[in-house]
Design a protein. Structure first.
Length: 94
């Protein structure tokens, strides 16, 4: 099993010299993410990625663990189990 993706586990693991990775860990982070997202509407690319517990979406234990939203050099990582409402809002709104 892989360790949880956090600021600490990401440190030094990936060559992200030109990339800013933000983690939504608090309500203040949610507000900063929403502000960033509203600023990104004029951008040509907004990528979405998810990390799940497996490939079988019909499995009883299947869950979406993380959602990532980003551009070429900015990324936001959201724990879907902790912040499901913000992920749902983004998917329905944007």
């Amino acid at each position: 099993m892989h360790p949880a993706l956090t600021r600490e586990t990401l440190q030094g693991e990936l060559p992200l010299t030109d990339t800013t990775v933000e983690f939504v860990d608090s309500l203040d982070d949610v507000l900063r993410f929403r502000e960033w997202l509203s600023d990104s509407r004029g951008r040509s690319v907004l990528a979405v990625d998810t990390e799940t517990t497996g490939l079988d979406t019909y499995d009883r234990g299947f869950r979406i663990r993380l959602a990532q939203f980003g551009t070429e050099n900015e990324a936001w990582v959201i724990n879907c189990e902790k912040w499901p409402g913000i992920v749902r809002e983004v998917m329905e709104t944007y």
